[in-house]
Ligand binder design. Structure first.
Ligand SMILES: O=P(O)(O)OC[C@H]1O[C@@H](O)[C@H](O)[C@@H](O)[C@@H]1O
Length: 298
């Protein structure tokens, strides 16, 4: 487990799954949800924080649900290739995953997956993934991907998500059928499991009770999954408390509909930046013309 601090903010990253399990603001308030029943060892992924789904999102393929990266032991990458760094970033860690012989049996491709987790100014958290095809047999590979981010919310029925209205989505609860979202903002009254397609680069989660807004900025990740298991599924999950669905929401920047293909030697980059701002935030700030209102400097 790796812990780091920057300007009173904190993040915790596990080598198991390269999973960020804690992100705190300067009031020491936890911003991510981790279940009280989470299991921190193989074979299960940790229930909460930011699991990484690779090389498969969900059941979009033949591998285990959400792929294997989230339940492998990563290592510290002491000598990562240079990545443009914002000088304001005070704390970061680089991790790497390469396939084991066992992994190659289930997904026969050689890769290097580098993850940088950084704490920026104002306590903003960013995750940058770089995936490289290192196959020596000339073969390309394709994968789907998600940052399966569990946000901590006061009460799911007091939360709304802006930025996804009018988007097309695949409904995992209806056999992945395609629909178009109606209405102003997404609110929550029952189970939801949707993959929004070609979603905008900024999405906001507005928590009225906490007077807090999370702003997600995504790059290289066209889609966004929204998931809350609600009461019945919560009860069926061994590593999730019965009532915990009320205090979490997953909004997951992802590449699902169109898998990413890399030729040997090619590298893909996918980035997520998270910011938690006070909810004097008002609707409409996702308008690109007003984006300067949200200062995301990482
Ligand atoms: O229990 P898991 O494997 O962590 O998955 C949790 C959920 O993750 C979401 O991303 C999926 O859309 C859901 O279908 C899934 O149930």
């Amino acid at each position: 487990m790796l812990q780091s601090y920057s300007e009173d903010c904190m993040k915790v990253v596990y080598l198991y799954g390269a999973q960020v399990t804690s992100w705190k603001n300067d009031h020491a308030e936890e911003l991510l949800f981790v279940s009280s029943k989470a299991i921190f060892k193989p074979p299960k992924a940790i229930r909460g924080g930011i699991p990484i789904c690779f090389p498969q999102f969900g059941t979009h393929g033949n591998l285990e649900q959400h792929g294997f990266a989230r339940n492998r032991l990563w290592t510290i990458d002491d000598n990562p290739p240079p990545l443009p760094v914002n000088p304001a970033i005070k704390s970061f860690v680089d991790l790497i995953l390469r396939p084991s012989d066992e992994d190659l049996k289930i997904w026969p491709h050689s890769f290097e997956f580098r993850l940088r987790v950084a704490l920026g100014p104002n306590g903003d958290l960013s995750l940058t993934s770089r995936i490289r095809n290192t196959n020596t047999d000339g073969r390309s590979f394709s994968y789907t991907f998600a940052y399966h981010t569990y946000f901590s919310v006061s009460d799911i029925s007091e939360v709304r998500v802006e930025g996804l209205e009018t988007m097309d989505y695949l409904d995992n609860l209806k056999g992945k059928e395609r629909f178009t979202e109606q209405g102003d903002a997404i609110v929550f009254e029952s189970e939801i499991d949707k993959v929004y397609l070609a979603a905008p680069s900024k999405i906001a989660i507005i928590d009225h009770e906490k007077k807090r807004t999370f702003v997600l900025t995504k790059e290289g990740l066209p889609d966004a999954v929204v998931w809350n298991p609600w009461d019945k599924k919560a009860k069926a999950m061994q590593d999730f408390g019965d009532g915990e669905y009320k205090h979490m929401l997953c909004v997951e920047p992802a590449a699902v509909e169109k898998p990413i293909t890399l030729k040997p030697g090619e590298e893909w980059k996918g980035r997520l930046a998270l910011s938690a701002v006070p909810s004097s935030y008002c609707s409409g700030q996702l308008d690109p013309l007003k984006e300067h209102l949200i200062a995301l400097n990482i």
